[in-house]
Design a protein around this ligand. Structure first.
Ligand code: SF4
Ligand code: SF4
Length: 224
């Protein structure tokens, strides 16, 4: 989700690349699970997250949202309808947080969870990372390379996808802002969701190949 904030108030004022070392290491969270208890509706999932959840849990997007106990739900974000992690109201935490305070899907957890407490700044057709200095109160943090912190397979391809996805969301918002008819807006929002999330990704094909096919449909307008 895009946020309009003064970057100097929430960061150390520096921009980083994935090859940079940053002081955010927290000894594998050392028994803390605070940020998994405070997710509210802020951990918005992208298509790569849905692909990873499909592979890791063998569950489709629809199955992940099937009932009241589901782990994700839809929410309005910047005019679109996008999925986000859902708080389990009984446990008061993300539905994927185990009773031992550890993430049960650590190996395929969403991108936002991997990133925290880093954020991304999108500028001039590129993005850099920044440290959200007011997040994660863990003391005596250690230095860690961003690439290692993220722990994503094929990081260059992932970062290229992140950039493309940011552009897709921007384009969708701009297109939607020109649509005033309510039923046309709803149709657009539903077809966007179906194209990038709901139509199951094939787990035996590379994600980026499938995403690029869907992107081509989006760009040619054949999806709506
Ligand atoms: S607040 Fe920091 S130490 Fe606690 S769970 Fe989140 S990242 Fe880990
Ligand atoms: S998916 Fe895992 S890391 Fe992310 S908020 Fe839930 S329990 Fe925490």
């Amino acid at each position: 989700m895009n946020r309009e904030v003064d970057i100097n108030e929430i960061s150390d004022g520096r921009r980083y690349r994935s090859s940079d070392m940053v002081k955010i290491g927290c000894s594998d969270c050392d028994g803390c699970s605070d940020c998994c208890r405070q997710v509210d509706d802020t951990v918005i999932l992208d298509p790569y997250d849905i692909f990873q959840l499909r592979k890791g849990l063998d569950m489709t997007f629809d199955a992940l949202m099937a009932d009241d106990e589901s782990a994700i739900e839809l929410g309005h974000a910047d005019g679109l309808l996008l999925p986000h992690l859902k708080i389990n109201t009984k446990a008061g935490a993300c539905s994927f947080l185990g009773s031992d305070g550890r993430c049960t899907i650590h190996g395929f957890r969403p991108g936002f969870c991997r990133l925290y407490p880093l954020g991304r700044i999108y500028e001039n057709g590129d993005f850099t990372y920044f440290i959200q200095v007011n997040e994660c109160p863990y003391p005596n943090k250690t230095k860690v390379k961003i690439k290692k912190w993220l722990g994503v397979e094929n990081l260059p391809a992932y970062e290229a996808f992140v950039l493309k996805w940011h552009d897709v969301l921007d384009d969708a918002r701009k297109e939607l802002s020109d649509v005033t008819d309510q039923s046309e807006r709803s149709k657009y929002i539903v077809s966007f969701l179906k194209l990038f999330y709901q139509t199951p990704y094939e787990t035996d094909r590379p994600f980026y190949e499938q995403f690029n096919e869907r992107l081509a449909d989006f760009e040619s307008g054949t999806s709506s």
